[in-house]
Design a protein around this ligand. Structure first.
Ligand SMILES: Cc1ncc(COP(=O)(O)O)c(C=O)c1O
Length: 386
């Protein structure tokens, strides 16, 4: 288990994973099966994940990037289609879409939550619009009920980027419940992780079927089906990709899903301590709309301007507290302004968030002493910088 305090530079790492003995035992057990690729463990995880979300189907993949790409392909979004996406997200949301040939239509976000703004989305709809892709930023769900109404009104598809949001819920809805597909990440820093991994949840049996085909080269009989049926033949129904979750990933995820509420409770306690300690520190604290349960993936605070934010980060880092920016706005990144013509001034809220935001350590195995150290350092630094 990596240590926060040995000979490392950071006193409190920005992130440390939480793979425990149960995960390691499960992984070792999986290595002793015949199937180490997609087999019974993947099926077990998919079934448990679907139950956890309360959505009928979950399909395991290599990553959220793969999940998003497969979801667009399964829904036949591609060349000639426009998809409305937020200007504040991680680059993967856009890359996966562009790989299909569809055009991203960047749209500004709500200033308090950083989440795609339904009113701004309606203004971007054209006859070529095929879909909307809300991102559940930091773990708080987008207003999916409002996006559902917009999608119904204009006959659009809805795909959720739920990379940050396994445990998050809106008032009466979970990721995957109101959309055509929701894509999840099990990357190294996510709330449940297998290093790299992902899944798609969907209400639609035909989309789940298509995803399973597409994640395996378009092959219509999986290796385990061929093994069980003692038949070696298969057909390729369409051009797919290689994106399948495999059993070693699933073996790491299954025990984490079983204790997801315990780890959530620990993060919630840390968030409560941070919120209490920072309420008079002059920082803008994370916003969770009424009626929502955030997945509490990232704890992001905002400072008044970019100069103060940068000073704050330098000072915190010097005290050994890991921190990072989630995210620099897409319009500030070279590819997006030189190749796609994005301009900061067209996305004032995303630009303002990107210039002022900083994420602090938040993970279940932060010790009480580390939480206290983060709190002291943040309060002291805020006093000096503000
Ligand atoms: C919002 C968002 N979407 C998509 C991804 C891509 O996830 P993955 O690394 O599993 O492909 C990430 C990764 O951090 C993300 O933050």
């Amino acid at each position: 288990m990596p240590s926060a305090t040995t000979d490392r530079y950071m006193k409190v790492d920005f992130y440390r994973h939480n793979l425990d003995d149960a995960c390691i035992a499960s992984l070792v057990g999986a290595t002793k099966q015949i199937f180490i690729s997609t087999g019974p463990k993947t099926q077990e995880f998919e079934a448990a994940f679907a139950v956890y979300l309360g959505v009928p189907h979950a399909v395991g993949t290599m990553s959220c990037t793969h999940s998003l790409y497969l979801a667009w392909r399964a829904l036949k979004v591609g060349v000639g289609d426009e998809v409305i996406v937020p200007a504040m997200t991680f680059v993967a949301t856009i890359e996966a879409l562009m790989l299909t040939g569809a055009a991203p239509v960047f749209t500004d976000v709500d200033l308090r939550s950083g989440i795609l703004d339904p009113a701004a989305v309606e203004e971007k709809i054209t006859p070529r619009t095929k879909a909307i892709c809300p991102v559940h930023l930091y773990g708080t769900m987008a207003p999916m009920d409002r996006f559902r109404a917009i999608a119904d009104k204009h006959a659009l598809l809805l795909v959720e980027d739920s990379a940050h949001c396994v445990e998050g819920r809106g008032p009466g809805f979970a990721p995957g419940a109101l959309s055509d597909a929701a894509a999840f990440s099990f990357y190294a820093t996510k709330n449940i992780t297998c290093g790299e991994g992902g899944a798609v949840a969907t209400r639609h049996a035909e989309v789940a079927h298509k995803l399973k085909l597409l994640r395996n080269h378009g092959i219509n009989r999986t290796a385990i089906e061929r093994f069980n049926d003692k038949v070696s033949g298969y057909d390729v129904e369409e051009s797919g990709f290689k994106s399948n979750m495999y059993d070693l990933q699933a073996a790491l995820l299954i025990p984490q899903l079983a204790k997801i509420d315990v780890n959530y409770a620990r993060r919630a306690a840390i968030v409560q301590s941070y919120n209490d300690a920072f309420k008079d520190a002059g920082l803008i604290l994370p916003y969770v709309p009424p009626g929502h349960k955030s997945a509490l993936h990232l704890y992001t605070v905002r400072l008044p301007d970019e100069q103060k934010r940068d000073k704050f980060m330098v000072a915190l880092t010097a005290q050994g507290v890991g921190c990072t920016v989630n995210y620099r706005p897409l319009s500030s990144l070279t590819f997006f302004h030189t190749q796609l013509g994005m301009r900061d001034e067209d996305y004032p809220h995303a630009t303002a968030i990107g210039a002022t935001t900083v994420s602090l350590p938040l993970y279940p195995n932060l010790t009480d002493d580390e939480v206290a150290y983060v709190i002291d350092s943040v309060r002291k630094t805020a006093r000096n910088v503000l």
